[in-house]
Design a protein around this ligand. Structure first.
Ligand code: SAJ
Length: 423
């Protein structure tokens, strides 16, 4: 089987770089997205997301006629599904979030009319265990004239696999090529074909397992990181109580040859690590005690930072009895979910700044070197500069360790440093 035409469904942070990579290795790639703006932008040879080096690759692929974006799927030899897998809204704070597979189902429905015998369908989206089998069931329901692995094993018309993406935002172009790839086919032939496809550009090893283990492998990687960050965050709260510098403590402990503690922060953000562990907890709530607790520890950290800000306001007013809360200026440094990116999605820094602007009657400044305009929900926040904020603010709250904030630190005001860089 040789894959000449490849279709990628979902042209976001994973789908677009993957589509562009196949195109730059000579494949004809049809990218599909429901977002007209994304489709138009890509067809102009431009990109609608921020990812280093991606713009040049997309520009060349489109100019060479190897990559085009469309709204409705067209026939291809392989389909890669890279759509979001969020969770359903919860009614109460104590409810365990349940995964929402509606975008995978919509993608299956969209490609079903153009599927043909011998096509390969790969689910790349991070998914709860069983999602690939579920996707195969949906495809079988929409196309009962074709056969699928569940009923026809190696003789099926359509091959299906789960090959989770594992690239780090900000390093996607390099990691797509270099990372090892977990290949979870529904049958051996499904895996073999998936390997053949990825070997177009993947230099890492393609390691074969079944679809359920591949699903769990991805969830395990992100849950492991979440648990480790929760350990660091819990340590930071313990150390604060005991008047110990947690950053010094961790650097000392990390000198032990078998210890490697991660860094505490204002909470865990992004659309992966703060989400994926719930896919395990929701399936096995009784068994997943540690993973569940880690989620709760990390989700509680933003409120801990906000409480520190409230204490700082009270301390400031006690020291300045002629002033009221309205006279207090608070500067929040960083809005992104991690350093040196512009991505504000599921960002603890963003949520903390937003909450402070709601509860505080005085001026709230934000300093975010990676964006030019503030989202509408930060209506009471002023986008400022390091120079102005560091001179003007009474309370300085460091939320993201962007490289710009490591160069200098404010010389006055009450400091709350959630990343330990202004010690
Ligand atoms: N964070 C800390 N302390 C640390 C490290 C991170 O508080 O020591 C915070 C960050 O500030 C951020 C959050 O954790 O808010 C997540 O950042 P991250 O850099 O750990 O991970 P992501 O979400 O950018 O990417 C992760 C990666 N997974 C792992 O490293 C196991 C990436 O490889 C995955 O492909 C990606 O999730 C994904 O798409 O699932």
């Amino acid at each position: 089987m040789s894959f000449e035409t490849i279709s990628v469904i979902g042209l976001g942070y994973i789908g677009l770089p993957t589509a562009a990579m196949f195109a730059s290795y000579g494949k004809s790639v049809i990218g599909v997205d429901v977002n007209q703006y994304a489709v138009d932008t890509i067809n102009r040879g431009e990109i609608h997301i921020v990812e280093p080096d991606l713009d040049a690759i997309v520009h060349k692929a489109v100019n060479d006629g190897k990559l085009k974006a469309v709204l409705i799927p067209e026939a291809a030899d392989a389909f890669l599904i890279a759509v979001p897998t969020p969770f359903l809204p919860t009614k109460n704070n104590s409810d365990i979030p349940q995964p929402d597979l509606k975008y995978i189902q919509a993608a299956a429905k969209a490609i079903a009319p153009v599927l043909k015998k011998s096509d390969l369908v790969i689910l790349e989206s991070t998914s709860p265990v069983g999602a690939t089998e579920k996707m195969a069931d949906w495809l079988a329901e929409y196309r009962n004239d074709l056969t699928f692995p569940k009923t026809h094993n190696e003789e099926s018309d359509i091959r299906i696999a789960h090959c989770p993406e594992r690239v780090l935002p900000g390093h996607v172009v390099r990691e797509l090529v270099e990372n090892d790839r977990v290949i979870g086919g529904l049958t051996n032939k499904c895996s073999e074909q998936a390997i053949e496809l990825y070997k177009t550009f993947v230099q890492g090893e393609c390691v074969v397992t079944n679809a359920r283990t591949a699903e769990m492998a991805k969830l395990t990687e992100n849950s492991c990181r979440d648990v480790q960050i929760a350990f660091a965050n819990e340590l930071s709260i313990i150390c604060d109580k005991l008047d110990i510098d947690v950053w010094e403590l961790i650097s000392l402990a990390n000198r032990h040859p078998r210890i490697n503690i991660l860094q505490p922060g204002p909470g865990v953000g992004g659309h992966c690590i703060a989400v994926d562990p719930w896919f395990i907890v929701s399936k096995t709530p009784t068994q997943a005690q540690l993973i569940h607790t880690a989620r709760k520890v990390n989700d509680a950290k933003p409120q801990w930072v906000i409480d520190k800000v409230k204490i700082a306001i009270a301390d400031f007013l006690q020291a300045n009895p002629n002033k009221t809360a309205k006279d207090v200026t608070i500067a929040c440094y960083g809005l992104a979910f991690k350093p040196d990116i512009d991505d504000l999605r599921e960002s603890p820094a963003f949520n903390i700044t937003e909450q402070i602007s709601i509860l505080h009657p005085g001026k709230v400044l934000t300093i975010e070197p990676n964006i030019e305009t503030l989202p509408i929900s930060l209506i009471n926040v002023e986008l400022s500069t390091f120079e102005i904020a560091s001179n003007d603010a009474d309370i300085q709250v460091l939320l993201v360790d962007h490289k710009q904030f490591k160069i200098d630190k404010p010389t006055q005001g009450i400091m709350i440093d959630a990343k330990g860089i202004w010690k």
